[in-house]
Write a protein that binds this ligand. Sequence first.
Ligand SMILES: Cc1ncc(COP(=O)(O)O)c(C=O)c1O
Length: 390
Amino acid sequence: MVNDKKWGFSTKSIHIGNEADKELGSVSPPIHLTSTFKQDGVGKNRGNDYSRVSNPTRTRLEENLAGLDGAKHAICFSTGMAATTALFQLFDAGDHILVSRNTYGGTYRMSMNVLKRQGMEFEWIDSRDSKNIKKHIRPNTKLVHVETPTNPLLELCDLQETSKICKEAGVLLSVDNTFMSPYGQRPLEYGVDIVMQSSTKSLSGHSDILGGVLTTNNDDLGDRIRFMLKATGGVPSPFDNWILLRSVKTLSLRYQKSSENALKLAQWLSTDYDLKRVIYPGLDSHPQFEIAKKQQFTPNGNNIFGNMISIDVGKIDIRDKFLEKLKVITLAESLGGVESLCCVPYDMTHAAVPVENKIKMGITETLIRLSIGIEDFEDLKGDLQNALAK
Ligand SMILES: Cc1ncc(COP(=O)(O)O)c(C=O)c1O
């Protein structure tokens, strides 16, 4: 593997795992579309024996993603949910896991409808204040899992402080870094134990594949996660691995441009419109703007606030008119693509979360989540202007 630690982020994203093919020198690496590998004798393979266990295309991708997160290990899964499930399945019946109250709805659905049934305990807490996390740690707490920024309320968690609290308590800390990608936030640098990402989103960035990844610097955790993948089988296909390896080459350009678009749109929406709420971590009106400035950085050290904005338009008829009038921005689940998308988390991404929980947190029926892409800023502004016109 070629991995010069001194390389910049873009160079790493283009070169790690992308060495030319040894045999023919193809600059774009081959896809190993195979489930199994010829063995030269019993127990004599040439590095791979079965693709659930390992596949050269996945190995390239894992080297690449480990390099971007600054991790020793990256383990790739078929979806973000497969990655989170494997992460939580490292623990046993009777173990207690603390989770940010406002995580992606699918994390709630899996925990409460699958793993809870099997005896694991989950508690959903406000992770905006790390002292609150500390207060909820119990003798049987094994993991604190936070999302920052959360989906869709963009609540932040101070990674440095939380990491310190977890270390003192002897509890592991994992972070769902899907919204920031390694271009915008690298949680392992703050002492976090495991980073989870849905690579379906900004990592792949073209809304064309599903994937998930867990990264860690801890050898024991790396082994246990790899074993979990092999044992439970949620592996991504070689083709999807190849698409992701190709797409990550442009992550820095895509994430930079989409975040610049989002910042300008959030500033404009919060000043020119009388919306009930405009939530964006890069606005000084965001209650945790200071935390955003403290931990959300590009690899070059500039603050970056991400490509997600949430707005509350206040009334259902305004919401429906808004969604109907959009021409550039598409109503669809998912986020982090080159094309801008929007959704109504109450009915879509967070349908599995009980209504009373949603209302308590502020996920109203009129909250719209915008995933900003890399289209021309003026076209996005024009689209929103038209959709918001009275
Ligand atoms: C923050 C976050 N984490 C995890 C997931 C799950 O990822 P996937 O859809 O790839 O399973 C999502 C999906 O929207 C997400 O937004």
